[in-house]
Design a binder for this molecule. Structure first.
Ligand SMILES: Cc1ncc(COP(=O)(O)O)c(C=O)c1O
Length: 486
């Protein structure tokens, strides 16, 4: 029986069958083509807005034309993060099972606010939280966590939970009830979402102490200790320290064990931001890199980074099983009750209505298994080492030291090879050539470097050769621009 409005929002079965087929054909076509298309294009704001100006929605449109528009124009205008020569900002090529999971979630539309609305979905996420907690070295029942939109929300959750743990009255009285101003510590190489989190918690960015780093860009624990002492002397309340496992610019892992030790001694909450680097826990020969993470009070781990599930799948983990409830629970009479032993996700999260983010992680893991992931991650690490070797041979100097597949480099063959302008120009030329996507990052003491990260499980040695060749072409162009022939 046809229901009212079905033809507008739920299309007919015949139309749906054609749409699903076209959708899968277009996805397949994209996956086939992506290694051979330009990695990026840079359309102007005006061009994009002009493209959209024809959509005034005054009359209904054709569904096939609509998906064609989406595929074709996204394909034509985006930076192709699923491209094997996207050496970018931790954005992956999505897993097949992740794409499938996102489609299932869109169709069944599970509501992850109340446990009773979706017991299986809630328990899948709980199961994953426990599983990852164990991989990071924790023991049940002292594991809890919540899926987040992404790493920024997980970091925000960390600051909130640390406030609730350290100042139980914060939950009701807020910051005004605190005896002293809390302050946070993170290295200058840490992610800026910590600054946002401080702002969102009402602490303000001035509460974030930027701790210096050593020569290898790792948080300087001596400097941290000194800053904490100074803050105490000035009447501040040291609250939380962030140790980053895989910094965004240079892929550096802070000295997690010494940070944990100091945090315990000083009574600070220790948060490990392992948004990208946390995946090292899945590779036995890399596990030591995360040594000390098991002593963290909380961890941010983004499955949409190195585990390659589609965006976004942030995970906040903690070894304080009561703290999420303390931080987020509220009594809402209109919410359905839960079963004994079950936890309503809305009482554990910044979010209320929530998408079933965990399915893409669950299905990807169910199909690849730990061995599948281990092999893929190991291969990406090898690609990172190979890239570093190829760059060195081509006269580029590697300026970061990390076992993770992220290479930062400057040009040894040019006298301007360390300057920000020169490096930016090289990166811009590579990107505009469409042959690869790289970026320039700033690392400690105002130094700049070109940054190339192996974000893609499809990257092979010939992709690295192509990047090195594109860099060489840019370098030649720079050289001829500087000394034009007379
Ligand atoms: C170390 C680190 N932490 C947190 C984040 C924020 O994660 P998201 O972009 O998923 O919110 C990032 C993003 O790249 C990151 O590199």
């Amino acid at each position: 029986m046809q229901r009212e409005n079905e033809g507008v929002l739920q299309l007919s079965e015949k139309q749906r069958t054609i749409l699903w087929q076209r959708l899968s054909e277009r996805i397949e076509q994209y996956l086939r083509e992506v290694p051979d298309i330009p990695v990026a294009q840079t359309p102007s704001v005006l061009a994009i807005r002009t493209l959209l100006s024809s959509f005034d929605f005054r009359k209904p449109g054709d569904p096939l034309e609509a998906i064609e528009f989406a595929f074709e124009e996204l394909r034509r205008t985006q930076v192709h993060t699923p491209h094997p020569r996207y050496f970018g900002l931790f954005n992956p090529a999505p897993t097949t099972m992740g794409i499938v999971a996102d489609a299932i979630v869109a169709a069944l539309n599970p509501q992850l606010a109340a446990w009773t609305h979706n017991p299986l979905a809630s328990e899948i996420e709980r199961h994953l939280v426990q599983t990852f907690g164990v991989r990071f070295g924790w023991t049940p029942p002292n594991i809890d966590g919540v899926f987040c939109t992404a790493g920024a929300e997980a970091n925000h959750t960390a600051v909130l939970t640390s406030l609730c743990k350290t100042f139980p009255d914060f939950r009701t009285s807020g910051l005004r009830g605190l005896p002293k101003q809390p302050v946070l510590y993170v290295s200058g190489e840490g992610h800026h979402s910590i600054l946002k989190a401080a702002r969102l918690c009402g602490l303000g960015t001035a509460a974030v102490r930027e701790v210096g780093v050593d020569e290898s860009l790792r948080l300087d624990v001596g400097a941290l200790e000194k800053t904490i002492a100074e803050d105490r002397a000035q009447g501040f309340a040291p609250l939380l320290v962030v140790g980053t496992a895989g910094t965004t610019s240079a892929g550096i892992v802070d000295p997690l064990r010494p940070i944990a030790h100091l945090a315990e001694r000083e009574g600070l909450w220790f948060h490990a931001d392992a948004a990208w680097g946390g995946a090292a826990a899945l590779v036995p020969e890399l596990r030591h890199v995360l040594d000390g993470i098991e002593r963290a009070d909380s961890i941010t781990f983004d499955a949409h980074k190195w585990l390659s599930v589609p965006m976004g799948a942030g995970i906040y983990l903690t070894r304080h099983p009561e703290i999420l409830t303390q931080t987020f629970s509220t009594a809402a009479g209109y919410m359905p009750g839960s079963q004994a032993g079950a936890i309503d996700p809305y009482s554990h999260s910044i979010q209320w209505s929530r998408r079933f983010t965990g399915l893409k992680v669950f299905l990807s893991l169910a199909v690849a298994g730990w061995p599948g992931y281990e092999a893929v991650l190991r291969r990406q690490v090898q690609m990172g080492q190979l890239l570093a070797d190829k760059l060195r041979s081509a006269g580029w100097q590697i300026v970061n030291d990390t076992p993770l597949p992220l290479v930062c480099f400057v040009d040894q063959r040019s006298e301007r090879g360390q300057s920000a302008e020169y490096l930016q120009s090289i990166a811009d030329q590579v990107v505009s050539s469409g042959r690869a996507w790289i970026s320039v990052c700033r690392i400690a003491k105002g130094r700049s470097a070109i940054r190339a990260c192996i974000t893609n499980y499809r990257t092979v040695p010939s992709d690295l050769d192509e990047l090195v060749a594109a860099l060489e072409a840019a370098r030649q162009a720079e050289a001829s621009r500087k000394s034009p022939r007379l």
